[in-house]
Design a binder for this molecule. Structure first.
Ligand code: SAM
Ligand code: SF4
Ligand code: F3S
Length: 470
């Protein structure tokens, strides 16, 4: 697979900055403040993109809001990974006809993976006439230009031309948290798992230059962020196609060398490209969180081959053994698909037995959703939705029992946690392995590492008490 790496020039980004300034002048000349809402579906990559959209909107003079009725601009950043996500988006976009009616100048924008799918822009053009702007992930950096044109001239813009994808540096960003930050290190995917739409909508795999990643990591640490999550669909293939020879483990090592007390997380790792160098680097780097999210997708060799995953059940189990040799306290989470076309009862039981054998701390379970344009969507699929749902329920019940047991084993131990927010009466915090620990305390603890004694647990969370007086 060829490596394409188109970096948007500094001149183009400077042009977008001028558009942001012009929009800000226009907004400032209005009598009342202008509000913008960004709503996000899908994965962390989309969350990171939405932070950039918010950054651009704030530069253009908008105040951020969560209220669709108040918003002058609404941006919906969509996901195409499963049908359910798409239906939620279309339902919510349909409901915006009411806000548009009450506020005819409202500008409704749709972007993200779903918009890059074949035929979707045409569908929006014909059936969702209250939507003014549609753009795909490859032109997110041109958002200021599109919005300014709509502010000045009105009309509708559709920008979803096919592209292998680009890298755009230097866009502003408004981050959701002051403690945890997303840090994309690469974009796109070349794996073409037979069920997955992501490579079709996000373009070819391409890595940011290590200098740009390191500079951003350093800025985040200096700004007080304590938890950096490096993002990519397949972080283990970081570095391919870059002018300098550098791989993901080298990048981890360089980020680990940045002075300061912070954690480095990453997702996602493809089992095909994970190995000894990664695990030994993680074990050696004291800032690397003791967590790996390693999707296995199926426990059956036949299904794995039909999924185009390029590893066997035994390869996966051997990888887990190796990872645990290097890091006995490693927290392991994974993704799995139930009901891949033609998956038999026996093949599903191979998935159940893999889940029992590995003992994941948590599992993200999905029922197969056919995605138009992917090979799996046209594979024969004799099993009914009800049969798949029954299997799904069995898998979830098994994993819940495993998670409950693994969480119970924490009770009585002392964990170093990062306090990251509040949910009602509890502060929320995370162990190095990413386990949620709820505890009582004041908001001033948010953003600090603390020692906590684990006093209780259930399937989804741990409960703890601060050890030191605060
Ligand atoms: N790049 C990551 C990887 O390979 O592990 C994950 C990307 S995808 C956004 C997240 C998860 O969604 C996948 O691991 C897979 O389990 C699930 N998924 C992707 N396509 C799916 C489909 N068509 N139906 C059901 N689940 C799907
Ligand atoms: Fe999709 Fe596979 Fe790429 Fe993950 S590695 S984004 S599942 S094609
Ligand atoms: Fe969805 Fe796109 Fe992420 S399809 S899961 S938002 S890469």
């Amino acid at each position: 697979m060829s490596i394409s790496r188109t970096v948007i020039s500094d001149g183009e980004i400077a042009r977008q900055e001028r558009f942001m300034e012009e929009a800000a002048e226009l907004i400032a000349s209005r009598e009342s403040p202008a509000y913008a809402l960004v709503d996000t579906y899908g994965c962390q990559q989309n969350e990171a993109d939405s932070e950039k959209l918010r950054g651009m909107l704030v530069r253009m003079g908008y105040t951020l809001t969560r209220d669709a009725a108040e918003a002058d601009v609404i941006v919906i950043n969509t996901c195409a990974v499963r049908e359910h996500a798409e239906q939620r988006v279309l339902g919510n976009v349909g409901a915006l006809t009411h806000t548009k009616k009450a506020k005819p100048d409202q500008i409704i924008c749709l972007c993200g993976c779903m918009m890059q799918q074949a035929g979707m822009a045409e569908k929006i053009k014909a059936s969702y006439r209250h939507v003014s702007l549609v753009f795909g992930p490859h032109v997110l950096w041109r958002f200021p230009e599109y919005l300014l044109k709509l502010l000045r001239d009105g009309g509708r813009i559709f920008a979803t031309d096919a592209s292998d994808g680009v890298i755009a540096e230097g866009l502003p960003s408004v981050r959701d948290s002051a403690v945890k930050a997303w840090l994309p290190i690469m974009y796109g995917c070349n794996n073409f798992c037979s069920y997955c739409i992501v490579p079709h909508v996000r373009g070819r795999e391409r890595s940011r230059a290590p200098g740009d990643v390191l500079a951003e990591a350093r800025r985040l640490v200096e700004a007080g962020y304590k938890d950096l999550t490096l993002l990519g669909q397949n972080v283990n293939s970081y570095g391919k196609g870059l002018p300098e020879t550098v791989d993901f483990s080298d990048l981890l090592e360089r980020i680990n060398a940045i002075p300061g007390d912070f954690l480095i997380r990453f997702m996602t790792s493809h089992p095909r490209d994970a190995g000894e160098k990664l695990f030994s680097t993680m074990a050696r780097c004291e800032k690397c969180a003791r967590h790996i999210h390693l999707p296995f997708q199926s426990g059956s060799d036949r299904v794995l081959s039909a999924m185009n995953r390029h590893y066997t059940r035994e390869d996966y189990l051997a990888l887990v053994r190796m990872a645990r040799q290097y890091m006995p306290d490693l927290v392991l989470t994974s993704d799995v698909i139930v009901g891949f076309p033609g998956e038999t009862e026996e093949e599903f039981e191979d998935t159940l037995s893999l889940v029992s054998e590995v003992g994941f701390d948590a599992l993200f379970t999905f029922i197969f959703s056919p995605r138009v344009g992917t090979p799996a969507a046209s594979m024969p699929d004799p099993f009914t939705r009800e049969e798949k749902q029954r299997r799904f329920d069995r898998l979830v019940a098994l994993q819940n029992a495993v998670s409950e047991k693994r969480h119970a084993a924490y009770v009585g131990s002392v964990q170093r946690v990062l306090v990251d927010g509040r949910e009602g009466e509890y502060l929320t915090s995370r162990t190095s392995g990413g386990r949620l620990v709820r505890l009582r305390g004041g908001d001033k603890l948010i953003g600090t590492f603390r020692s906590v004694e684990i006093t209780g647990s259930n399937t989804w969370a741990l409960y703890g008490e601060l050890r030191e007086e605060d």
